[in-house]
Design a protein around this ligand. Structure first.
Ligand code: BTN
Length: 266
């Protein structure tokens, strides 16, 4: 297994901001928890917290995230963009876009984004993103911690039988993929977008084009409701617009999407 370390990562990095401060852990509870802790202590924009293994990895909607040690890229980026909290989903957009671009460039695998935060390959989950925000007492965005888990060299044959088998780059490519190369490229691709974001640009058009969800029949579980219909659009702030069978449009800020049936539009 290729060893991760702060010095090995540093030697590959071609970025100016992302990953310029690195906290590497062979094992940690959760890189997100650690990045939030560092954010509250004033750690700089672009700080990278990365681990080979997490004992308490966090997923969205209160779920756990587990990856066999050394098989995945597990990291959190601490970002401090000059954005209103309502636009903070843009940090997730640039990271998921950066990930799809890096994966395509290094492996040829065309991953898509499943709203709101998953990376999928032909419907199977290749990775997930959990973003946690901190806001100042005056209501400004203090930090966004964007936590990324990517199944890189996950051996699917070793997994217990689960209802929805995930995807892994190892399985897609038929060969192991260097986590160091992938991380370096992912940070480079993400940084190019992040610098534009910091300058006021919206990633909405690119992100929308990379979404697997638009034009599909979906069922979205929200904290209060299950909404079924066709996903027709996403807003600039990252909300999903679903058209129900009676023609009513619902705007969903966060939820869990089940794709139903086939794509209805490109
Ligand atoms: C999801 O799909 O539910 C999101 C999963 C996010 C997992 C990553 S792994 C690195 C970072 N640290 C965590 O505890 N979670 C995120």
């Amino acid at each position: 297994m290729e060893q991760l370390s702060a010095s090995a990562i540093e030697a590959r990095l071609a970025t100016d901001v992302l990953g310029r401060t690195i906290h590497y852990h062979a094992e940690i509870g959760s890189t997100n928890v650690e990045a939030v802790r560092l954010a509250r202590q004033g750690a700089p924009d672009g700080t990278l917290v990365i681990a080979d293994s997490q004992s308490a990895g966090k997923g969205r909607l209160g779920r756990q995230w587990f990856s066999p040690p050394g098989s995945a890229l597990l990291f959190s980026l601490l970002l401090r963009p000059p954005l209103a909290p309502a636009l903070a989903q843009r940090t997730t957009m640039v990271c998921t876009l950066g990930a799809t671009r890096a994966i395509a460039a290094l492996t040829g695998v065309q991953a898509r984004i499943k709203w709101p935060n998953d990376l999928v390959v032909v419907g199977r989950k290749l990775g997930g993103v959990l973003t946690e925000l901190g806001v100042t007492p005056s209501g400004a965005l203090d930090y966004a911690v964007v936590g990324v888990g990517l199944n890189v060299n996950l051996d699917l044959a070793e997994l217990p039988e689960v209802m929805a088998p995930p995807a892994s780059l190892l399985a897609e490519c038929g060969r192991p993929v260097s986590r160091l190369d992938l991380l370096a490229r992912l940070l480079l691709e993400t940084e190019a977008l992040y610098l534009r974001l910091r300058g006021g640009w919206s990633p909405h058009t690119e992100w929308r084009a990379a979404l697997d969800t638009i034009g599909r029949q979906v069922q979205v579980g929200t904290p209060d409701d299950v909404i079924a219909g066709v996903a027709v659009d996403v807003t600039d702030t990252g909300a999903l617009v679903v058209e129900e069978t009676n023609g009513a449009r619902r705007v969903i800020l966060a939820g869990d999407v089940t794709l139903r049936g086939h794509r209805l539009a490109p």
